[in-house]
Design a protein around this ligand. Sequence first.
Ligand SMILES: Cc1cc2nc3c(=O)[nH]c(=O)nc-3n(C[C@H](O)[C@H](O)[C@H](O)COP(=O)(O)OP(=O)(O)OC[C@H]3O[C@@H](n4cnc5c(N)ncnc54)[C@H](O)[C@@H]3O)c2cc1C
Length: 471
Amino acid sequence: MTVQGFFSAKANAAAQAYAMPRIAVIGRGFSGMMIAIALMKTVRNPFHLQLFDPNSSVSGGQALASGHSSEILNSRVRDLSVSAGDPDDFNEWLCGNAPFRSAVPAAIPGFQQIFVPKSIFSDYVYQRFSEAFASRRDVTVQVSGEMVTGLRRLRGSCFLVESEGAANAPFDMVVLATGYGIADQESQSGESVNIPTAVRARRLVSRPHTVLLGSGLRVVDTLLQMRDGGYAGQITIVSRRGFLPQSHTRNNAEPVFPADRMPNQLSEIIRFIRRACEDAEANGQSWQSVMNGLRKHARSLWRALPAGQKQRFNRHLRALYDSHRNRLPEALHVRLKQELAEGNTLLRRGHFIRRTPTGLTLRPAGQQEIEQLYADEVIDCRCQAPDLDAPLLRKLIDAGLAVPDELGLGLAVEATGALAVDGRTTDGIFAIGPLGLGSLPDIDLVPEIVTQAYAAAETMAERFHPQCKAV
Ligand SMILES: Cc1cc2nc3c(=O)[nH]c(=O)nc-3n(C[C@H](O)[C@H](O)[C@H](O)COP(=O)(O)OP(=O)(O)OC[C@H]3O[C@@H](n4cnc5c(N)ncnc54)[C@H](O)[C@@H]3O)c2cc1C
């Protein structure tokens, strides 16, 4: 769905942007759409919103939008509401959606526990965005199809957004929602399963062979899409730690967590969580319930950990943690296990070194020798942290407006997304979503992004004194 058409009717209203506070949102993925919704529902004063992104579609972002109707979200409907204080909003939207209801009759009266295709969630987000916009005659929205290359603070507290196109008028506030960076066009269009970066090699083996790098949800999505698309060749998954996503439970896994005081050393925390999982299983509950319960404590736990222990967690435990928090719907997990059991898909633990004209080189786990792996194609499915050397982020850091978090995974942010520099808040700039992953655990997931977007919108509402006039 392109946004230009949607906004053309209101294009002239942009003139009203004079004298209104001006907010720039950089990135129109899920985080960008979410902050736009939160602002329109939270800020009572009129304002002008400008949404920058070279990707022309409004679709929930590269992770959540998919051209493949078969791609299922890994979160249950109950965890995907975009409405603050109304966790049932997505379920209600589905109940009111006649085509969906007739396709999934068994789930009536409610869909809270089911998993739905990404495209349906994307439609829901877009509709809530459209409704929020339609209900605000005093808000103007402008869509800019440009990549933002820099951000400068002007005199006073205004910001100049530097983009590839015409000069922009100054902004009062800026929200960075750049997530995983600029996605390649092929993966955005959903035309090909060769996401995100693939290289073709000279054919040296008799049977087609594809290597997938990584071990997270992207790997599973890509593997199953390839099989759905008829690919019958050999697939090798090369993963450093070898942890593939675990399974959700068939039924609801309500969060549980021991009430006992949590230890504050990483090794003791791990023992504590292991024991909690064992106790839950022994009591007829599931370890998944404990992981769901852990999410409620993750932020305070993370805050209390010394930097050295955070680094240890990142080096040795993050992959294991990710495989337990980013879970697959049971049916997809069964398919993954079948794939591996049948032998047409192999999981190899090892360190990817480089691509070669005939495939790649890797160092298998526990070995010193480097191995050459022949493949027709190598597809990089690793979930990359935000690139702090991207021009926009680099300029922000160089100007002292932002600093990398202590793990170098993204920018240092507060819970509201406000940028934190040496213990102080950078007034007027916020970063929503995965950019804050080194500061806030799970901030790459929908429920946490929703909470953060409303918290940012509340903070912005309190500071609503326009100073930057359009020129
Ligand atoms: C395969 C996969 C499945 C997932 N499934 C789930 C799930 O089931 N449940 C869940 O809760 N979470 C899930 N997640 C995680 C979560 O949904 C994502 O973290 C979230 O969608 C991130 O959205 P975003 O808008 O911050 O980032 P992105 O989707 O990366 O969007 C960022 C946007 O910013 C734009 N941009 C970047 N740089 C610039 C610039 N300089 N100027 C202008 N525009 C720019 C890009 O073009 C892009 O459109 C999944 C993630 C993956 C990878």
